[in-house]
Write a protein that binds this ligand. Structure first.
Ligand SMILES: *[C@@H]1O[C@H](CO)[C@@H](O)[C@H](O)[C@H]1NC(C)=O
Ligand SMILES: *[C@@H]1O[C@H](CO)[C@@H](O)[C@H](O)[C@H]1NC(C)=O
Ligand SMILES: *[C@@H]1O[C@H](CO)[C@@H](O)[C@H](O)[C@H]1NC(C)=O
Ligand SMILES: *[C@@H]1O[C@H](CO)[C@@H](O)[C@H](O)[C@H]1NC(C)=O
Ligand SMILES: *[C@@H]1O[C@H](CO)[C@@H](O)[C@H](O)[C@H]1NC(C)=O
Ligand SMILES: *[C@@H]1O[C@H](CO)[C@@H](O)[C@H](O)[C@H]1NC(C)=O
Ligand SMILES: *[C@@H]1O[C@H](CO)[C@@H](O)[C@H](O)[C@H]1NC(C)=O
Ligand SMILES: *[C@@H]1O[C@H](CO)[C@@H](O)[C@H](O)[C@H]1NC(C)=O
Ligand SMILES: [Zn+2]
Length: 667
């Protein structure tokens, strides 16, 4: 995942008694050049720092550059733009630039750098040696800790790792976060004497939401969630049952919540790492790209080249420059002792030539998909590089996050993987289709509630609607309500700060874009599939999820038509160009997952039904045992040593789950 280099948003307020022609001239010539140069300098400083975060000099350079840029912005504002509004001008593009160029950066780097420093240097001792010398033997998040969370099935080890990561990150930055919130809010209010805005933001959350140019944004995000929630609920229920099977009496899911540490992911935001456990048809042919990559001896560079080739097959621009390490990119974790911010990101240095990826790539399918995601950002940068500076952004931040994922939806189809020889010995049938949709759901559907809740929590924090004393418990209210997960160990408002254990929180990077992107990408995908004539909504025999638009120039054209606009039009117009509709809708997502939804609903109902048959259950365990096997559902009931207790627990779960399903609304 990526966030845009933050200074791309750091602009000035264009206001002056300039005539229309004068303003145009100023923007096209002086401003364009100077702003691009400032942006270049700031992003180079930031990139250098993030690829060597122990360097005090590089950190100081970031601070100095930020202050310098802020001073320049203020100066320009005073000289030229003190009292104009968009309505003083007639040219629509000019009006829109005036609207866009209203945000002055704020010098938050100190608190943010300290927090990301804590995050990215956080190390923990391994479970087997908890009193280790952490500097020498400690594990860092990538790859060490993430690897354990992904692979271990030792319940207690997972609890330990989950807690230890939160102890060395979130818990250590709580006070810094308080400072950060105060400074962020001060910088967001219009009448703060140090900052100049065209419009008033009540707090930092409102300032972030402004990017979406939608007065009903919060409500609209909630409505999208309501659309997709039934699918999430069925998935959660199905997966919970499989996890119970794995962990037996160690795992209590009797309240309808699943402990957050058993999903194979530190934040339970993506469940792909437990795919082997939850795969509906475990003994049909399997999509195993990892071993194909290994067998064929793929290098990190090969992964990037393969991804680049897909984009080019659509007639889009080559992106070799962004993964060329001789030209400054970082696609391998350095081995020269530097500490770096590994979190993958894509960079636009604002000079029309310099674009870089930064990633600690590993050779596996997950990172292969991440590469497509990051390249989506780069392709966007390249496509809109000729727009005026202030329009060199996504139509909104959700668009930026959705592009690479749209491509990856096509790349990850068994249809495509076979074409590029990364999938052999595969039979396409109903069972393998459900399996492959499940793999997708473990990534995309599992993510949705997490994608929504991070910023819902931050909006509440910034607006002050939740007091500092309740920050952590409020976080868990949302985790419970949306994700239906619960902390594996007791949390405290005094000593814990669990949001800080997720990169984007210390990183001052907004998150709702990812939620929106997870909805939008299915709209884009469907539209590109239709353009490529690989999908016809009228033809029910070919489902959406099998579409691969590889080598379709028509699909590439459709994508490019949207990308090249940057933010020069309201996103709803860009969306219309790309998909034929102005509305964000979860319908294409639901259409894509329709076969899986039916399957899950059916399986869950079947399971509920025989559990409801409680008298029988108690009368003859053995008969039920047979029924159970016949249903090919090796559920909780019989996986424990203590059958009676276990079956009652399971019963309770199914009731609670039904309540949740029927409860509607928020969860
Ligand atoms: C940052 O600015 C300070 C004050 O102007 C200066 O002393 C220092 O050398 C600068 N640091 C770097 C790394 O440029
Ligand atoms: C940044 O934070 C450190 C540690 O709290 C403090 O010593 C320093 O003065 C701060 N720098 C600025 C520019 O606020
Ligand atoms: C901004 O204005 C509001 C209302 O006019 C006032 O309550 C608030 O203190 C002001 N904030 C600053 C930073 O001046
Ligand atoms: C799949 O596994 C089940 C039971 O585990 C077995 O009955 C069935 O024959 C297997 N199917 C295939 C195609 O191997
Ligand atoms: C192909 O799959 C079948 C069934 O899953 C398996 O028996 C066979 O060994 C596989 N062949 C290869 C070459 O992997
Ligand atoms: C990578 O960048 C270097 C330095 O700019 C250049 O000499 C080289 O040709 C580039 N490699 C590729 C494959 O483009
Ligand atoms: C069923 O559960 C038992 C006990 O947990 C386990 O040993 C077995 O492998 C499971 N079978 C399947 C098909 O999942
Ligand atoms: C089984 O459950 C009963 C009732 O809760 C309990 O008394 C007993 O100790 C359990 N047996 C085992 C082997 O866990
Ligand atoms: Zn991204």
């Amino acid at each position: 995942m990526v966030f845009l280099p933050f200074l791309a948003y750091t602009l000035m307020c264009i206001q002056a008694k300039l005539t229309e022609d004068e303003l145009k001239d100023f923007l096209q010539n002086t401003y364009e050049k100077e702003a691009s140069q400032k942006c270049y300098k700031a992003n180079i400083a930031e990139f250098n720092y993030e690829t060597d975060i122990r360097s005090k000099t590089k950190e100081e350079t970031v601070t100095n550059t930020t202050l310098e840029t802020a001073a320049w912005e203020k100066d320009i504002w005073k000289k030229y733009f003190s009292d104009i509004t968009p309505n003083d001008y007639t040219d629509p593009s000019l009006k829109r630039q005036v609207r866009t160029l209203h945000i002055l950066g704020n010098a938050l780097t100190n608190a943010t750098n300290q927090m990301t420093g804590i995050y990215s240097t956080g190390k923990i001792c391994p479970y087997s040696k908890q009193d280790c010398d952490v500097t020498k033997e400690g594990l860092s998040l990538e790859p060490g800790i993430e690897d354990i969370i992904a692979k271990s099935t030792d319940f207690d080890e997972l609890v330990y790792i989950w807690k230890a990561w939160r102890d060395v990150t979130g818990a250590k930055m709580k006070d810094l976060y308080k400072t950060y919130v105060t400074l962020s809010n001060e910088a967001a209010v219009a009448n703060n004497s140090d900052h100049i805005y065209l419009k008033d933001f009540s707090d930092k959350g409102a300032y972030w939401r402004d990017d979406y140019e939608d007065p009903n944004f919060v409500q609209n995000m909630d409505d999208l969630w309501t659309q997709v929630e039934p699918l999430y609920t069925e998935l959660h229920k199905y997966v919970g049952r499989k996890l119970k099977q794995r962990y037996g009496s160690k795992l209590d899911i009797s309240d309808g919540l699943i402990p957050a540490h058993v999903f194979g992911n530190m934040w339970a935001q993506s469940w792909n790492n437990i795919a082997d456990l939850v795969r509906p048809f475990p003994n049909v042919s399997k999509v195993d790209v990892d071993s194909a990559l290994k067998k064929q001896g793929y290098t990190v560079l090969d992964l990037f080249k393969t991804a680049d080739e897909f984009y080019q097959s659509l007639g889009l621009l080559p992106m070799g420059v962004c993964y060329n390490e001789s030209a400054g990119a970082m696609i391998n974790k350095p081995t020269d002792g530097r500490e770096v911010l590994c979190h993958a990101s894509a960079w636009d240095f604002c000079d029309g030539n310099t674009f870089r990826l930064k990633m600690c790539t590993q050779i596996n399918f997950e990172d292969f998909i991440t590469i497509h995601h990051e390249m989506g950002h780069i392709q966007y940068y390249l496509q809109y590089k000729n727009q005026p500076y202030s329009f060199r952004e996504g139509a909104n931040p959700g668009f930026h996050e959705a592009i690479g994922d749209t491509i990856a939806l096509s790349v990850a189809t068994p249809t495509h993987l076979r074409k590029i020889n990364l999938l052999t010995n595969y039979t396409d049938n109903d069972e393998t289709s459900i399996n492959s949709l499940m793999d997708m759901a473990l990534d995309k559907i599992a993510f949705l509630p997490f994608g929504l809740l991070i910023d819902k929590w931050r909006w509440d924090v910034f607006s002050g609607s939740v007091p500092e004393s309740k920050w952590n418990s409020h976080w868990w209210e949302y985790r419970t309500k949306y994700q239906k997960v619960r902390p594996p160990v007791k949390r405290s408002d005094e000593s814990d700060f669990d949001p800080g254990a997720k990169f984007h929180v210390p990183g001052d990077s907004q998150y709702i874009a990812y939620f929106l992107a997870h909805i939008l990408q299915f709209q884009f995908y469907r539209s590109l599939c239709i353009a490529a004539e690989q999908y016809n909504p009228e033809d029910k025999t070919v489902p959406l999820h099998k579409c691969d638009f590889y080598k379709s120039v028509a699909a590439g054209d459709k994508l490019r038509d949207g990308l090249k606009l940057g933010s020069s039009k309201h996103w709803s117009e860009t969306l219309e160009i790309m998909t034929g509709t102005k509305e964000v809708s979860a319908e294409p997502l639901l259409e894509y997952f329709e076969p899986l939804y039916k399957f899950l609903k059916n399986e869950n109902e079947k399971y509920d039904n025989y559990l409801k048959n409680k008298p029988q259950l108690k009368v003859n365990i053995f008969v039920l045992f047979l029924t159970h096997i016949k249903n090919n559902d090796n559920g909780t009931v019989f996986s424990s040593n203590n059958e009676t207790v276990s079956s009652e627990k399971q019963d309770k779960l199914s009731n609670d789950d039904n309540k949740n399903v029927n409860g509607g609304g928020t969860d």
